[in-house]
Design a protein around this ligand. Structure first.
Ligand code: SAH
Ligand code: SF4
Ligand code: F3S
Length: 456
């Protein structure tokens, strides 16, 4: 919907893309911006001036899904205001709510022009064009591979996500992902490497390989035989220009010896691991269909720490899974104390329609969940703050990613994924520099560049 401005020139069309949810959604959002960019839409941070608005939604918990509808309510008002001024606005709902709810979204909010699922967003230009005739829904799992139909990546920073594996076959009893993202699929090694090389050529220094179960990666190698994540990490590490590799999210049951060894042997593989455990109670783990025990998780962590003693560990927890008793919850606290996670995410269980746990009659009350979450978070936070305070006085290699909060500052990350702000010129963005930590705040560390000369 090009509109002519007063001078008769074509005004530049603009697209606003907002992402909720996991890193995979962040990657998809960036790729949708690329697709729209190739159609002549410049990215904008201001929704009021957008000709296309994309909400890339998350369905993982009820609150995440409901947020979309309040946002859509506001967008409808905006769309009407723009229509009154003769401006066209297309509203697109993408992501996991789109996949899960499809046409229901348009029934609830008629201002939505396009509903598109996570596997078909490469068709956005066509869907937008068709939406001028009637509202469209595309939640197919197409036979063609969306990755083969995406344009080159634009707007690259110092670090980037790269999707290598999608979908999930694990069917944890609480989780919508197997339904919204479909079966587990790995991209072939050559395609991953080609994308990683392009990223490195574009100035990216750190790549995070992402997948819902990224360590279940089994992409086809050059001879067609499956290659595991450890081997993929080794291949990516050889790409010139790349300084750092990370991967997320992994599953305890897919952790093989080769991946543990990679943490000891591949210097570019950063010492940080997000390994969700969800609960410390064997009874609850079994009910969740996680297929491992608390002790199996402890033993795995022992082996990983033996390979890489300074590794920072992170995890996800759910409190109040149906049937969780005080004794079960105490087991979760015990596991947290035993392991000592450097950071973590914790959530109240949220009933998701269509998942096995939703049918259980022994749901935990909201007040019990709230109390358990507060107790768990207090324990996790105390360890996290202690870890951050212990960073003070140490020197870390920091990958400088962007300008800092205040003028004259830049912001970056340590190998252990701690955020650091420090005084330095913006030309350091994209470099790995040694920084001494001076002070630890709650969410960020403050440091000092050790020496300009040492900057890589
Ligand atoms: N693939 C990852 C998790 C993806 S979802 C894994 O298996 O570990 C991210 C996190 O959201 C999960 O680890 C879990 O802690 C949380 N989560 C998923 N479904 C949830 C639900 N129904 N209620 C509350 N939290 C949930
Ligand atoms: Fe969801 Fe479990 Fe799959 Fe993770 S492994 S995405 S929690 S079903
Ligand atoms: Fe949410 Fe979908 Fe990711 S449900 S967590 S955006 S896979």
């Amino acid at each position: 919907m090009d509109h002519a401005d007063g001078s008769g020139r074509r005004a530049l069309k603009k697209a606003y893309v907002k992402s909720y949810g996991c890193q995979m959604n962040a990657y998809d959002a960036a790729r949708m911006a690329d697709v729209l960019g190739a159609e002549g839409y410049a990215p904008t941070d201001s929704v009021d001036e957008a000709d296309v608005v994309v909400l890339n939604t998350c369905h993982i918990r009820e609150r995440a899904a409901e947020k979309v509808y309040s946002e859509l309510g506001r967008l409808r008002v905006l769309k009407n205001e723009r229509t009154a001024k003769g401006l066209d606005t297309r509203i697109v709902v993408a992501g996991c709510v789109a996949q899960a709810e499809g046409a229901e979204i348009q029934a609830r909010q008629p201002a939505v022009d396009v509903v598109v699922g996570p596997q078909s967003y490469h068709r956005l230009p066509d869907l937008l064009a068709r939406s001028r005739e009637r509202r469209v829904v595309d939640t197919e799992f197409p036979v063609e591979d969306k990755f083969d139909h995406l344009p080159r990546r634009r707007t690259l920073g110092a670090s980037a996500f790269l999707t290598v594996q999608e979908g999930c076959d694990k069917f944890c009893a609480f989780c919508v992902v197997p339904y919204t993202r479909g079966a587990e699929v790995s991209r072939p090694v050559a395609k991953v490497l080609a994308e990683a090389e392009k990223l490195a050529e574009g100035g990216v220094r750190e790549i995070t390989l992402i997948g819902q179960n990224v360590n279940a990666y089994h992409g086809a190698g050059s001879d067609g035989a499956p290659v595991g994540l450890a081997e993929l990490v080794q291949a990516v590490a050889k790409i010139p220009g790349l300084a750092r590799i990370r991967y997320t999210t992994s599953h305890p049951n897919d952790f093989d010896d080769a991946l543990i060894r990679a943490h000891a042997e591949v210097p570019a593989l950063m010492p940080y691991l997000h390994l969700p455990v969800q609960s410390g109670s064997d009874r609850i783990l079994a009910a969740m269909n996680r297929k491992h025990t608390g002790d199996a998780y402890r033993r795995l962590i022992d082996r990983i720490r033996a390979a890489r003693p300074d590794i920072a560990l992170s995890s996800d927890f759910i409190v109040g899974f149906p049937g969780e008793t005080d004794a079960d919850f105490a087991e979760t606290l015990r596991l947290v104390r035993d392991i000592g996670f450097e950071s973590a995410f914790s959530f109240k269980y949220s009933t998701r329609p269509g998942t096995p746990a939703a049918d259980r009659t022994d749901q935990v009350t909201e007040s019990v969940m709230a109390a358990r979450l507060a107790e768990l978070q207090a324990l996790l936070d105390s360890r996290r703050y202690a870890y951050q305070r212990a960073a003070a006085g140490q020197v870390f290699d920091v990958l400088v990613e962007k300008p800092g909060r205040y003028p004259g500052q830049v912001a970056g990350k340590t190998p252990h994924l701690l955020a650091v702000q420090f005084d330095a010129a913006p030309h350091h963005i994209g470099s790995v520099v040694p920084v001494r930590i001076i002070e630890a705040g709650t969410n960020s560390l403050f440091g000092q560049l050790v020496s300009e000369a040492a900057a890589a």
